[in-house]
Ligand binder design. Structure first.
Ligand code: 4AD
Length: 498
């Protein structure tokens, strides 16, 4: 008996097929049962009628997430998800699930995170996982088609590349070693061997920040190109991001819509992207026009909060007048949703005056934090390329800017709609003595980096690259509020389970 996947049902109309999967929900109405069935490729509605008594009674007492093999005829049904429905003639119960912990009622985020292994089965998580898969496939496909060679870089590494403060150390047979913060240093040497290379792997940062943007373990894809200068990297990043977004739009439009994503915002993601230098970005933060815009946004959100509160009390009033259980449940759900929105908005409104003040008083020389990135990236409908940051706040390997030695030839790409940095990269310092001096200033022992310095001794050339954080990209493309839902099993400060 071959199994048909739900996603392919539209090409089996009129045929008898066997599906294998799990029950999301069952509803009975007299002599007919409606089963919401899922198999990982999608969901479909199945019906079983009492005229098939064996199949009909097989569903007796089956809880949510019981597993079955169902055989029936595929019918066109425009009102159902996927446009088809399956009329069941035979049902084989594979396993009965009882008291599945995640029900249709609302659950708090802590509960869902503790049950992440089960939460992955929900429609919403399925959609996010499919989009994540597409982003990764597209990212690899882009480099594969563009003449890059995949180079796997080590995860056990002898030293820091992105600052000692976020290293995870491990005992490597009595020697100190660290989990990779980036594959970059190895990748640079591979670029001298192969010209255009990329690596893709897990990356570790002992980030002591509990924000919606930070994981301690995340996936990064990093290209590195010999003879590339900063301007080449700007073009590469813009081609790369546009391609990824287009691929998701082509293949995962339904998933985006099911997440409630504003698809038109993604359709705008096309080259060219706006570019500003760090200094221009600081001027933008100081500009009175920006402050006026932020104040107006704050006033608009205050009005929206009042409207939300009015809507909540209206619904609470209606609650006193309805008696049917399903109506009470529906109203309660709507009230909870609105309360959640109001709570979030209230928090935003409370914090915004401080953010506006921070923008006004931001000093040239500091790194942009999440708040500045949010403000800057909200001003554009495409990713914003910010270049040439102060060298003090950036990594030792970045090339000094010949036209302004206070800055380096780097780029950060900030995703729009307030998502902030998704790409960080730079042209690399290719002069041995300049690099060694910079390492000395940083208090770095050059000894463990001799292999890295060798490429500046034997045929040094301009080169550079960047890293794209997969999870931040998933968060932006899916329109999520927090990074925790972008990876199957997130590792956050304070969370290692399951
Ligand atoms: O800007 P970062 O630190 O750059 C590097 O690691 C370079 N060595 C890359 C290169 O030039 N080859 O990190 C790059 C990207 C960030 O833009 C962000 O998307 C992601 O990695 N990232 C994180 N994602 C989730 N959680 C964290 N703690 C992250 N830190 C960085």
């Amino acid at each position: 008996m071959t199994t048909t996947r739900i996603s392919s049902l539209p090409s089996h109309i009129g045929q008898t097929v066997t599906l294998r999967g799990w029950i999301r929900a069952i509803r009975s109405s007299g002599k007919i049962r409606f089963i919401e069935f899922r198999d990982g490729s999608g969901d479909c509605q199945c019906t079983v009628e009492a005229i098939h008594p064996e199949a009909f009674s097989a569903f007796e007492g089956l809880g949510q997430e019981s597993s079955l093999a169902l055989t029936g005829e595929v019918r066109e049904e425009p009102r159902s998800v996927g446009g088809v429905e399956v009329s069941i003639q035979a049902a084989e119960v594979l396993h009965i699930s009882e008291d599945y912990p995640i029900s249709r009622k609302e659950h708090g985020i802590d509960f869902l995170m503790q049950h992440r292994h089960l939460w992955l089965r929900s429609n919403r998580q399925n959609a996010i996982l499919r989009i994540r898969h597409r982003i990764i496939t597209a990212a690899r496909g882009f480099f594969d088609q563009d003449g890059f060679t995949l180079i796997d870089t080590p995860i056990f590494q002898p030293g820091a590349a992105e600052g000692a403060g976020t290293l995870f150390d491990v005992d490597y047979f009595g020697e100190p070693a660290y989990l990779a913060q980036t594959g970059q240093l190895y990748l640079e040497t591979a670029a001298m061997a192969m010209g255009k290379v990329y690596c893709f792997g897990p990356t570790f940062r002992a980030e002591k920040s509990k924000t919606r943007r930070h994981l301690t373990e995340f996936w990064m894809i990093e290209p590195e190109v010999a003879f590339a200068e900063l301007e080449d990297l700007e073009v590469l990043s813009e081609r790369f991001l546009s391609y990824i977004v287009q691929e998701v739009l082509t293949h995962n439009r339904d998933d985006l819509e099911s997440l409630g994503r504003d698809v038109s915002a993604l359709e705008a993601i096309q080259a060219p992207f706006p570019r500003v230098t760090y200094s221009e970005a600081v001027d933008l933060l100081h500009h009175p026009d920006l402050h006026a815009k932020l104040e107006a946004e704050l006033a608009a959100e205050q009005t929206r909060l009042q409207e939300l509160q009015k809507e909540i009390s209206n619904k609470e009033g209606q609650l006193a007048q309805v008696s049917k259980a399903w109506k009470v449940e529906k109203l309660n759900r709507e009230i909870r949703d609105l309360q959640e929105q109001a709570k979030e908005l209230d928090l935003w409104i409370q914090n915004q005056p401080a953010h506006i003040e921070d923008a006004k008083t931001f000093e040239w020389g500091s790194d942009f934090g999440g708040d500045e990135e949010t403000i800057l990236s909200k001003q554009f409908d495409r990713p914003l390329i910010v270049t040439e940051y102060p060298r003090e706040v950036k990594a030792f390997y970045m090339k000094r800017n010949p036209s302004d030695p206070r800055t380096v030839r780097n780029l950060d790409v900030l995703a729009p709609e307030g998502y902030g940095e998704i790409i960080g990269g730079s042209q690399r310092e290719d002069e041995l003595d300049v690099l060694m001096k910079r390492m000395e200033e940083e208090g770095m022992d050059p000894e463990p980096y001799q292999w890295y310095l060798d490429m500046r001794r034997y045929g040094s050339v301009p080169h550079g690259g960047f890293g794209l954080g997969i999870e931040r990209t998933v968060s932006w493309i899916c329109g999520l509020k927090h990074i925790r839902e972008t990876i199957p099993f997130p590792r956050l400060m304070g969370r290692m389970m399951p």
